[in-house]
Design a protein around this ligand. Sequence first.
Ligand code: DMJ
Length: 480
Amino acid sequence: MDDELTAFRQRKIVDAFRHAWKGYKTDAFGKDEYQPLTHAGHSWAPGGIGLMIIDALDTIMLMNLTDEYQEARSWIVHHLDFEKHQDVNVFETTIRVLGGLLAAYHLSGNDPVYLEKAVDLGDRLLPAFHSGSGVPFSGVFLASGSAKSFGPSSTAEATTVQMEFKYLSHLTGDMKYWNAVEKVMDHMHALVHTEGSGALNGLVPIYIDPVSGRFASKEIRLGSRGDSYYEYLLKLYLQTDKTEIRYKERYEHALESVKKHLVQYSYPNHYMYIAEMLDASDPTAHHPKMDHLVCFLGGNVVLGITEGAPLDQLDPLDTKEMEDLHLGEELTRTCYQMYRMTATGLASEIVYFNNKKESQKDDPDMEIHVRDRHNLLRPETVESLFLLYRLTGDNKYREWGWNIFEAFEKYTKLPEGGYTALKDVTVIPPPRDNRMDTFFLAETLKYLYLLFSPDDIIPLENYVLNTEGHPLPVFSPKNK
Ligand code: DMJ
């Protein structure tokens, strides 16, 4: 792709970010959530905890948006206060707010305001790990620092806070954060190797009870509540400069089982997908449903092969690596098809695959159930497109990303500012849903921006992006 076209497309993505920010700033500045159709916002606690502003902050920095940066930083300095008599979700607060503050601290060249806030927040979240098993409760009260049982925790939530807390320990020298989150992963590892725990060869059920420490469901999937467990196994290995080999081993173990138990192909056109398993004791009973959330996996798997280096700088791939590359590329092709198949060119939240061998050649490979027709401006497919472009250099990933961006522009952009989720991507005009989630600014637009950036912006050998798209630098552990 020529440089002029690349620069033009990247400018359009920056314009989109500024347009989204403009709507939020006018209607709901300082609120945690944004409802763009009603020009309103809502906060998780009175005064907000900076969810939108902090989630967007490092995208603003990468895009060099100086006015927006001053607005965001000034709000953090003058208004951000975590002393709230309110319980918050530990996972969401960690990946969006703690992760956002830590990335901003690094990218700003160590502006102390971000680290002070991160330490304050980390200390308030830490009691969530005082559960008996060490598996965190899903919620914690920010002001009192107390946690209580909110029922079973999602496995992905309990195991997707580690990069943030480990980096906080690295920066402060205080190992209490590190030890709390490492204990969760050690516990998971023990469960994976315990007969009768519900785990299946490295695959884990999607709920876990923080009090007993046992799995609390039989379902296994790489979509909601399961997804980022697998993402962080790999990223924990990369984050500490490949020193913690055990994470790579755990990741490889799980990925082999994904290939063995969950990879399926649709009929009649052979689209690869990752099926769900309703009960690990019956591993052949596949449920042919896939959440858009699973689309993170394609890019992640290729990142696992190259560990951040471009593919063409590696020795020739061995058989296992070739299989992984095939998985990453084919799954991403399916995810792109989830966009191409709809009237709007935007993916639905969930698709069901045709698993009937006797299908005719004109039968559809995928179908969308009425309740799953919405699109929340989610990032997972463009995240994989960014990673695949960086790692393979194949220009088609930029073209696919641009087509998705144009569909967002056409159907989700609001005239006065902001973008809006859709209730139904299968009809034109699509009915709108009154929300612009923070991950649209933190991830979707950031990944699209990075897709059209030179490779030395967030080089993947030096940075690992947390599950919310916040780049954290690779470091060598001081105390381990
Ligand atoms: C993000 O908040 C994170 O990526 C999380 O891991 C799951 N997905 C949402 C956005 O879709």
